[in-house]
Design a protein. Structure first.
Length: 123
């Protein structure tokens, strides 16, 4: 699937996603990442959904998002209670979806100039 909206080179736009592979601008990534308009954290520690713990959210929450998108891999899965508790405690809006949907939603929110951060698992 290809995404094509043009943005300034300093903005991290998802150009394409397929399981295990993400293109941000001209960079191709194969590890889990946290991304915002101006920041890229790579690699992000969890490689697989089952490894996700509340401490992993610190990299994303530290970017002060208005909305945090959690891409859970090829399919939508819901994390353990402790992860939900950390998200609620941070008082941030969040959505949990498969990584492809998280990439599409990230680009839409980015185009709306929202403070969006995506934590994307590339299993």
């Amino acid at each position: 699937m290809k995404f094509t909206q043009d943005r300034p080179a300093t903005v991290h736009v998802v150009r394409s996603y397929e399981p295990g592979r993400l293109r941000l601008g001209e960079r191709e990534l194969t590890t889990s990442v946290v991304v915002s308009a101006a920041t890229l954290v790579e690699p992000w520690r969890p490689r697989h959904f089952d490894e996700l713990v509340p401490a992993d959210l610190e990299a994303a929450l530290g970017l002060s998002p208005e909305v945090l998108l959690l891409g859970t891999g090829v399919k939508q899965r819901f994390p353990e209670r402790e992860v939900y508790a950390a998200l609620h405690a941070a008082r941030v809006g969040f959505e949990i979806m498969d990584t492809g949907a998280a990439c599409r939603t990230y680009n839409v929110l980015l185009a709306e100039d929202r403070r969006v951060v995506a934590a994307l698992l590339l299993e």
